[in-house]
Design a binder for this molecule. Structure first.
Ligand SMILES: CC(C)=CCC/C(C)=C/CC/C(C)=C/COP(=O)(O)OP(=O)(O)O
Length: 344
């Protein structure tokens, strides 16, 4: 490890995100710059680098947690962050592919405090821009020298992400979703790419199969806890901070984890929530606020806190078994805390 790197050990999670962004942003812009015409305009709008008219902008960007985890995972196995740049760029491109598609599928009009890309450019162009980002990610990985293992890890993460999204969509039509099914869905929809970011970082950092698998597992566990937090924000998040409408998941009757925990709680509040969720008419007026209250009273929020603590403990055990080099164990632990205790 370089002397410069040794001097930066023990950083806070916000410092890590800033460090990662400084490293990754230029490479991400180059990758997106490979796109042409409308695909590029949409991608640059979505990333916050341009406005809808194509003028340079500095709109609120995503948190970029996946690239930071990829860089830290490379360091955890004794490699350099710079070695893992292609991994960091690939996972951020794949993440944004999924957001572009997700907004179309959900009909969401706002993301990161701005109109969604599809609301500005149309659904078909936004879907294609997402596809183009995914293709860029594969191109970038293929151009790096680590070979088939990295491409396979990336393919697995994206396949599981899509499988998770498919399960999520299928839940919309069901009234009997179990908590175990919901967790399995979230583990794929969100855990797989966060686990994939850690695995890819480890591969690019020269990690062996065992440490790579442990870092993947760490990411999957943290990713599931991250989704639980995301679900809490979808119910109780402050729209001014999240950049999403108030009670967004409840308005759409999303079967998020705290909601399914409440629905399957066997409590009278859970039964009242089921009546509200499963009736024919959409939630309107005071319904979403009432649903939020019922989730709370049925124990959905308490379940989320207990499960998050369990997942973090399991994640830290994986991390300890990796025996990360330098101070990366503390830094990965700091990232896990930031991901699961956040307001946006
Ligand atoms: C195939 C397909 C359409 C899949 C959709 C999968 C999907 C949208 C999963 C949700 C994952 C998630 C918590 C996103 C927010 O990430 P974040 O908080 O890191 O977002 P940011 O980049 O805005 O910070």
């Amino acid at each position: 490890m370089s002397a410069a790197r040794e001097a930066t050990m023990g950083r806070s999670a916000p410092e890590i995100l800033r460090w990662s962004r400084d490293l990754v942003d230029p490479a991400l812009r180059v990758a997106v710059g490979e796109l042409s015409g409308e695909m590029r305009a949409i991608a640059e709008y979505h990333f916050g680098w341009r406005d809808a008219a194509g003028r340079p902008a500095e709109a609120p960007a995503g948190k970029a947690v996946r690239p930071a985890l990829a860089l830290l995972a490379a360091e955890a196995v004794g490699g350099g962050a710079a070695d893992a740049l292609p991994a960091a760029v690939a996972v951020e491109l794949a993440h944004n592919f999924s957001l572009l598609h997700d907004d179309v599928m959900d009909g969401d009009l706002e993301r990161r405090h701005r109109p969604t890309a599809w609301a500005v450019f149309g659904a078909n162009p936004a879907v294609l821009a997402g596809d183009a980002l995914l293709a860029c990610a594969v191109e970038g990985l293929a151009a790096a020298t680590v070979g088939a293992t990295a491409v396979a890890a990336f393919g697995r993460a994206v396949r599981e992400l899509v499988e998770g999204q498919s399960a999520d969509v299928s839940f919309e039509e069901r009234t009997d979703v179990t908590l175990a099914e919901c967790e399995a869905m979230a583990a794929k929809k969100t855990g797989a790419l966060i686990g994939g970011a850690c695995a890819l970082g480890a591969i690019f950092g020269g990690g062996d199969a065992e440490r790579t698998a442990r870092l993947r597992r760490y990411g999957e566990l943290v990713g599931l806890a991250f989704q639980i937090m995301d679900d809490l924000l979808g119910i109780w998040g402050d729209p001014a901070v999240t950049g999403k409408p108030v009670h967004s998941d409840l308005v759409n009757r999303k079967k998020s984890l705290p909601v399914v925990a409440a629905l399957t709680s066997g409590t009278s509040a859970g039964a009242a929530l089921a009546d509200l969720y499963h009736r024919a008419e959409p939630l309107a007026g005071a319904d979403p606020a009432r649903a939020a209250d019922l989730v709370e009273r049925a124990g959905g929020r308490t379940w989320a806190a207990v499960r998050t603590a369990e997942l973090l403990a399991a994640a830290h055990a994986e991390l300890a078994a990796v025996g990360p080099s330098g101070g990366t164990e503390a830094e990965l632990a700091a990232m896990a805390r930031l991901l699961t205790d956040r307001d946006h």
